[in-house]
Design a binder for this molecule. Structure first.
Ligand code: ADP
Ligand code: MG
Length: 398
């Protein structure tokens, strides 16, 4: 029988009505004579009583700073609650099910608390469930180290759990259930014209996710791609077919295949720094930044200065470092990076020219650009994100 890994995100497990839909999706797989392995996120988004962000807010308000070990132990609770709830509801509906923590499900990680990497999985605990006709319901986003310490996998980690389990169980496919009908040409929250993409390649979705599209975690795409397991993004609340992600776009009848650009992603909260060179500091500036664990993007190096962007959560710490080392700098706050993605743009001239022309026509200033074989990114002011995406969408997708 086929194993199918079904992952349900925070909104999918948030209410009685949505949990009812979750149970229906799992039961549907059972009725197709498949073996569902369920992975769940914590219940609801920020503000919900058991959401991950709520747990964090509680600690920062009432407790203060917390060690990385305790942080992980705390954060793992949200998914455990969710797994217990879903497994129990399946039981109540007449299906044998068992809630498992990441560690109980056999997920072993390195010791890097708060952003652990998966090392390997013991498949025995899950296979034992499946052999006894028990549906395993695994708490996403977490694992344990080889010596039993609980770790978490960073934002979007439940997607990663699902993909990792699918790879080690040699699953037939991974179904990621969320609150949209599939992967869309842009984030529907900022672009009204965004449409569903029926079929897309791992590489393009990886680029989208890596460029800020929240719909799936890039690491999950990487795991699925490595093991060549199809990833399907679906809506918990509808019966739409969703988006099928494989090596190549299989649905060649779809119009998307005619387009140079498949989608547009964006990442908010960027700050652009321009830093003058100085002779005072012994260490190379980029090394100092790396030591602070600040990741930089869109970097251009000139003889007299460097320009790059960072996430605004690191702004204060970078400014302190620059002042301590006597660097002169200027910055532009409230920026966003908009990235257009398309495998077919490789080797096609003039895409950058079209982007620049469209944004100029819309009176949107481009602060910086970067390109790779399959992406072009533009730094703009955050207030222009919606206008830029809409203009680019018209230019390339409609
Ligand atoms: P979950 O809690 O189910 O994991 P997420 O919030 O992580 O859900 O991801 C789903 C959200 O991703 C959608 O509600 C949508 O706003 C956002 N999103 C961003 N870019 C895209 C895109 N290109 N296609 C679809 N959804 C997108
Ligand atoms: Mg998610």
């Amino acid at each position: 029988m086929n194993i199918v890994v079904q992952k349900f995100g925070g909104t999918s497990v948030a209410t009685d009505a949505s949990r009812e839909m979750v149970i229906q999706k799992v039961v549907a797989a059972k009725n197709e004579q498949e073996l569902p392995v369920v992975v769940v996120s914590a219940i609801g988004r920020k503000g919900s009583p058991y959401a991950t962000d709520t747990l964090l807010d509680f600690v920062s308000t009432h407790v203060g700073s917390i060690t990385d070990r305790e942080y992980d132990l705390l954060l793992s609770c949200g998914e455990i609650i969710s797994a217990v709830v879903i497994a129990t509801l399946l039981n109540h509906n007449g299906y044998k099910a068992k809630a498992l923590t990441g560690g109980q499900a056999g997920i072993i990680t390195d010791k890097n608390h708060k952003n652990a990497d998966l090392v390997y999985t013991h498949t025995d605990p899950i296979l034992a469930c499946l052999e006894q006709d028990i549906i395993p319901v695994v708490a996403g986003f977490q694992g344990v180290t080889a010596d039993g310490e609980v770790t978490t996998l960073g934002r979007g980690g439940s997607d990663t759990t699902a993909a990792l389990l699918a790879a080690s169980l040699k699953a037939d496919r991974i179904e990621i259930y969320t609150d949209v009908d599939g992967i869309m040409t842009a984030d529907p929250r900022v672009c009204e014209k965004a449409r569903i993409i029926p079929a897309i390649s791992y590489n393009e979705v990886f680029q989208m996710a890596d460029s800020g599209a929240k719909v799936i975690h890039p690491r999950a795409v990487e795991y699925a791609m490595r093991s060549q397991i199809p990833l399907i993004i679906k809506n918990t609340f509808t019966d739409e077919k969703g988006t099928c992600i494989t090596q190549t776009k299989i649905d060649t009848s779809q119009k998307e295949c005619d387009h140079i650009i498949t989608s547009i992603a964006h990442r908010n909260d960027r700050v652009q720094f321009t830093i003058q060179e100085n002779e005072l500091s012994g260490k190379h500036l980029l090394e100092l930044i790396a030591e602070k664990d600040i990741s930089i993007d869109l970097i251009n190096i000139f003889p007299q200065y460097k320009v790059f962007t960072i996430d605004n959560q690191h702004q204060a710490s970078l400014e302190l470092l620059l002042k301590d080392n006597s660097y002169q700098y200027t910055l532009v706050e409230d920026c966003a990076k908009v990235t257009v993605i398309g495998e077919r743009m490789t080797g096609i001239p003039g895409v950058m020219a079209r982007i620049v022309k469209v944004l100029q026509k819309t009176h949107i200033e481009i602060l910086q650009t970067a390109d790779s074989l399959t992406t072009i990114g533009c730094l703009i002011r955050q207030e222009n994100v919606s206008g830029a995406i809409s203009a680019l969408h018209d230019e390339f997708l409609l």
